[in-house]
Design a protein around this ligand. Structure first.
Ligand code: AMP
Length: 458
């Protein structure tokens, strides 16, 4: 199949040619004709499948040329990074048209965005929060809207954007074409599509949540945070095939700590970090440097990494296991793009095993485990970290079985009882520290010296 067969206009075909796209991807083959025919479409496609052009091309066909002042198409995205990425695709695909567009996201002042909108646009790309802000100020007229796209709808729901989306639906014309794209077809997406789409045609790139076949997945069981950090360092020092890696962490704090740790161990200019606490400019600079190949490792949180479109990522390293299980698919989808092979390495503590099992159910496969490479130093688990893991495992067991009382709490209660009895025996003069359960910790060999929160270079 070729792009010519879609009956796109010459301006769009030329832009596609300039981009070097030879054949439409699977999602493009399936969705472009449906969108062009005017149907509501539910597209299940991960990032990297060409989903952006799958909705932008027919949308550009429909909007066609500059007309009036108010936007006729709205594309909503969960994060500014994705919004920027869509803008980039829009800029490339619309370059031979006279279409006007604006992109609105938070983190920067709204002034320029509003000026662009007020000057007259045909297409608006926005994050829901910023769009609503501008609308409520009265600077955005939505009554001409004929097409609405929700990109990464699953992520929008995970990020709690549903109330904003519902409000937006209330203020836009009822008669319109709706396109909803999501990486997975989770139950919540199904519900949203019922609410939002009219007789939708469902198109799918690959079966939902099937990791790209070009990604080799590996799982390492690692006892604790400090060993994770050293395993990461070891891989960086010894595996020369890691030339462009994204290291994912669940929290900003871990991202920052991991970054600092690596910056002490490797040439600092090879490493960057992006998370929500970093300024917008720093984030953009880091992303650009990474894209250009000047940086070997990008440490990122899931949210910050949304929408990053970098080809040739050699490795995705999950420093910790994502709790939003679909994020695993998103994360590893960063590598192995466009028929290149990539590797996804996951570090798992015993407290994270529960989540890995859930992920394996979603991806319908067992992630192959490998022993830690010889030479990776294994550190004892600090007492507090061990306790925190025990508590987490209890929590997980309770989630599966609400009747479960919790081994951790039992032990703790026993220890407390014993300590109280001892204190009583010693009499009121004993002002020494209470036994806080040190002897009951699952790892007796490690003292309570370390906090377990940070890991230091040693
Ligand atoms: P997306 O899934 O929209 O994030 O797109 C992933 C990457 O695939 C982007 O770098 C696009 O420029 C690229 N791409 C989209 N469509 C095609 C195509 N038909 N042929 C080759 N590359 C494409």
């Amino acid at each position: 199949m070729t792009f010519e067969e879609f009956k796109l206009n010459p301006q769009l075909l030329n832009a596609v040619r300039d981009l070097g796209y030879e054949t439409p991807t699977e999602i493009q083959q399936k969705s472009i004709p449906q969108v062009m025919a005017g149907h509501d479409v539910l597209g299940i496609a991960q990032t990297g499948t060409g989903k952006t052009a799958a909705y932008l091309l027919p949308l550009l066909m429909k909007v066609r040329y500059a007309q009036g002042t108010h936007p006729r198409a709205l594309v909503l995205a969960p994060t500014r990074e994705l919004a920027m990425q869509i803008e980039e695709s829009l800029r490339q695909l619309a370059k031979y048209t006279d279409l006007r567009y604006a992109v609105a996201y938070g983190g920067v002042g709204p002034k320029t965005q509003i000026e662009t909108i007020v000057a007259g646009i045909d297409i608006l790309v926005a994050t829901p929060g910023r769009m609503m802000d501008i609308y409520l100020k009265g600077d955005l007229v939505l009554k001409e809207l004929k097409t609405l796209v929700l990109d990464e709808a699953d992520k929008m729901m995970d990020m709690g954007f549903m109330p904003q989306i519902r409000r937006i639906l209330e203020v836009i014309p009822v008669k319109r074409q709706n396109l909803l794209f999501s990486a997975t077809f989770a139950e919540k997406v199904e519900k949203l599509s019922e609410e939002f789409l009219e007789f939708p045609v469902r198109v799918e790139a690959t079966p939902p949540a099937t990791p790209a076949v070009t990604v080799r997945q590996v799982l390492y069981e690692v006892p604790n945070l400090k060993t994770k950090a050293h395993l990461l360092e070891w891989l960086m020092q010894h595996d020369k095939s890691i030339n462009r890696a994204i290291v994912f962490t669940r929290t900003r704090q871990t991202a920052e700590n991991t970054y600092r740790f690596l910056a002490r161990k490797l040439p600092e200019e090879q490493i960057r970090v992006i998370h929500a606490n970093k300024g917008q400019n720093t984030r953009i600079n880091s992303m650009e440097a990474f894209k250009e190949g000047n940086v070997r490792v990008l440490v990122a949180t899931d949210v910050a990494a949304r929408g990053i479109d970098v080809t040739q990522v050699s490795h995705v390293i999950n420093f910790d296991v994502p709790l939003v299980y679909e994020d695993y698919v998103h994360r590893i989808g960063r590598t192995g793009r466009a028929n290149q092979t990539g590797e996804a390495i996951t570090f798992m503590t015993r407290a994270e095993q529960y989540h890995v099992e859930k992920i394996q159910k979603i991806i319908r496969m067992t992630i192959p485990r490998e022993p830690l490479p010889e030479g990776v130093e294994i550190f004892p688990t600090p007492f507090e970290e061990e306790q925190a893991m025990a508590r987490e495992i209890d929590e997980q067991r309770r989630r599966e079985d609400p009747a479960f009382q919790g081994a951790f709490h039992e032990k703790k209660a026993k220890a407390q009882k014993a300590a109280d009895a001892k204190a009583k025996k010693a009499g009121p003069k004993n002002t020494g520290p209470k036994n806080t359960g040190k002897s009951t910790g699952p790892n007796k060999s490690s003292g309570p010296k370390k906090t377990g929160k940070k890991f230091k270079a040693s």
